[in-house]
Design a protein around this ligand. Structure first.
Ligand code: WTA
Length: 636
């Protein structure tokens, strides 16, 4: 294992934190030094948030896969790198050692080259949670191709949008995927996407389920055929600049289509690994079970890159928490003796709903550390997790961070710094959070609330949004001068501990998934007969937030047709984005509350969706106040 840089006590935390603020370059040079570089950096950091222009480890040269794989071969080649647990508990699991993973990655990297893929090319990956998914990602990184993993729940239209935006001419997919009782037709969805993406030259298809698929001659090839036909392997990885892009990951913002967050090689590597080891206080014999999907940033950093760079063992699970029954997570923990469990509050809440019966007869004794990510955790879920999963014996790390951050930013360090239910607590050394008021002034002192910003760069931060740097500036660096704006609201308590209170922009957090209200509205508006729509969030017991849509139709559907039209709108949203964006509630209305300048008053719609009819505030500036009464009356 690497990462000698470990904060092992609260005292050490305070010292490291102070050092990271007093001398950031010295601090990060100390962390980065342990990695494998082909060439050392000349300068640790240059930055200007106003452009933004941020460069870490300048002119350093390296390949991240040499850090994830090659460097471990001599010392721990036979250690399991990834343990893969299939969807169906009846199917055997697979364990792949560092040596085997290295071999597969080098080989598949040669396959990519044989198919014409070169350094800098974008490769979209749309696969289920199979062992070959990290192989595909690492093989891209091995030859310097930029991967963009697309969550397997996204629709053909979403895939097409991402392929176009990234200008990706290559795809890697599976024939199908398994998730719980469902078989997902991945290749058929890719085919639909490619019907409008004629620029895609090559699709490499892994056989997973064996369902019949259409293979387009000259474009589609089988993974196994290519591996068999390829001679040799990429034993010498491509030498990358520290700031060369490693991957693009699309995420939702408050406006328009998802944007491609760009992470670069060295900074991301250093930050993902540093945060992994320190937050979870990882040991050499840990089995790290992160239940996120690799299609999201959590999977990138804490199933693949951070874990492998550190030389840890990652447990990769193909399926869902509740199949074949609500004890599946616990079976997996027991079977593989997982020591760390990292999951989302929404998963905890959905399992809580089954009570403690599924925990009976299952051994969770191997667990040492628990973690949560993706959304605020309510105290009830925190206590359940602590008591029934952790046996009151495992520290819980509540980790706040974002796709744009590359790794965990604010969190307690397991067993080292204090925990507080509902609080992400303290920033990692190297992270400088500030709370800012509406005017952009920094709020000092404790027991205060404001918008959460970060006022100094960290290695894992995004560098740009793919193909549109101005969009990156406007989204993250324009709201407050010389600061990165997170989009989150935050409270700092009397002790200086941070509690994230949720998004302050038009982004929803549904089951830990970020979804822009504008995106859902666009999708609804594409449905025939829809004139206009407005989407807001409302509190949801399991999902954290649910999606509430107000829809104006050309002609208001009568009672008999309500159900039918509603169902049809859901189909459209599923087609345009994917099932995760389906509204939980749809209310047909004849108008929306608007200001005289035509702006939708979302505040009012949010209050109605939350059921707080009495708290609508001032409605006198509305163009047509009567519309509010109608909406209140017909609330669903
Ligand atoms: C929210 C996920 C409260 C937050 C890694 C953030 C959280 C968004 C927490 C990013 C947490 C994430 N407590 N809220 N521990 N972690 N969030 O990009 O609103 O999918 O802005 O990254 O999730 O979501 P993303």
């Amino acid at each position: 294992m690497i990462m000698k840089f470990r904060v092992g006590s609260y005292e050490e935390y305070k010292q490291a934190y102070a050092a990271s603020v007093n001398d950031p370059s010295g601090f990060w040079a100390g962390v980065a030094e342990e990695f494998l570089w082909r060439r050392q950096w000349d300068k640790v950091l240059e930055w200007d948030f106003r452009k933004p222009d941020v460069k870490w480890f300048m002119n350093g040269r390296l390949n991240i896969t040499e850090n994830c794989l090659d460097r471990h071969l001599a010392t721990q080649g036979d250690k399991p790198a990834i343990i893969w647990e299939p969807n169906d508990p009846g199917e055997p699991h697979r364990t792949i050692t560092y040596r085997e993973l290295h071999e597969q990655v080098c080989r598949f990297a040669a396959v990519l080259r044989r198919n014409g893929i070169q350094k800098g090319d974008r490769v979209c990956i749309y696969m289920g949670m199979v062992l070959e998914l990290p192989v595909a990602m690492l093989a891209c990184a091995r030859i310097g191709a930029i991967h963009s993993v697309i969550f397997g729940g996204f629709s053909a239209q979403s895939i097409a949008d991402r392929l176009q935006d990234a200008g990706a001419e290559y795809m890697i997919t599976c024939d199908g995927g398994y998730r719980g009782a469902k078989d997902i037709p991945l290749k058929a969805t890719v085919d639909d996407a490619l019907s409008v993406c004629g620029f895609v030259k090559r699709v490499i298809v892994l056989q997973r389920t064996g369902i019949p698929v259409t293979m387009t001659e000259g474009r589609d090839v089988w993974w196994h055929d290519e591996v068999a036909a390829t001679e040799g392997s990429v034993t010498t990885a491509e030498e990358m600049d520290a700031e060369d892009p490693l991957f693009i990951l699309y995420t939702s913002g408050s406006t328009g289509k998802p944007k491609g967050v760009v992470h670069t090689t060295a900074g991301y590597m250093v930050y993902a690994t540093y945060s992994f080891v320190n937050v979870f206080q990882v040991r050499a014999d840990d089995i790290h079970f992160c239940t996120a999907d690799i299609g999201w940033i959590t999977g990138h950093s804490y199933i693949v890159y951070g874990v492998l760079c550190a030389g840890g063992t990652s447990l990769l699970y193909e399926g869902i928490p509740t199949w074949p029954d609500a004890g599946r997570f616990w079976d997996i923990v027991g079977k593989h003796r997982a020591t760390i469990l990292y999951t989302a509050p929404t998963a905890i809440r959905s399992l809580m709903a089954y009570g403690t019966a599924p925990l009976q007869g299952r051994s969770l004794a191997s667990l040492r550390v628990l973690g949560t990510v993706g959304e605020p955790i309510n105290e009830e879920a925190w206590h359940w997790y602590n008591e029934y999963v952790g046996g009151k014996n495992c520290p819980i790390v509540d980790t706040w961070w974002q796709t744009e951050n590359g790794g965990i930013m604010i969190s307690n360090l397991a067993g080292v710094t204090p925990a507080k239910p509902g609080y992400a607590t303290l920033p990692l050394p190297g992270i400088q959070p500030v709370l800012v008021d509406e005017k952009g002034d920094v709020i000092t002192g404790n027991d205060v609330s404001g918008n959460l910003c970060i006022r100094f760069p960290w290695p894992g931060m995004l560098r740009t949004t793919w193909g549109d740097h101005e969009r990156c500036r406007l989204n993250y660096f324009a709201a407050y001068d010389n600061m990165y704006f997170t989009g989150d609201g935050c409270y700092r308590d009397e002790q200086g501990m941070y509690r994230i209170t949720g998004r302050v922009d038009d982004v929803l957090n549904v089951s830990g998934h970020r979804i822009g209200t504008a995106e859902v509205e666009n999708a609804i508006n594409m449905h025939e007969g829809v004139l206009e729509s407005a989407v807001v969030g409302f509190p949801h017991d399991v999902k954290g937030q649910g999606i509430y849509a107000y829809v104006i139709m050309e002609s208001m559907p009568d009672d008999d047709r309500h159900m039918h039209v509603r169902a049809a709108i859901l189909v459209t949203v599923t087609e345009v984005i994917g099932p995760i964006a389906r509204p939980d509630k749809i209310q047909f209305v004849s108008g929306l509350p608007k200001t005289r300048s035509g702006k939708i008053m979302r505040r009012i719609l949010r209050k109605i969706a939350e059921g707080e009819m009495h708290a609508l505030g001032d409605t006198s500036t509305l163009l047509d106040p009567a519309v509010v009464d109608e909406i209140k009356r017909t609330k669903v």
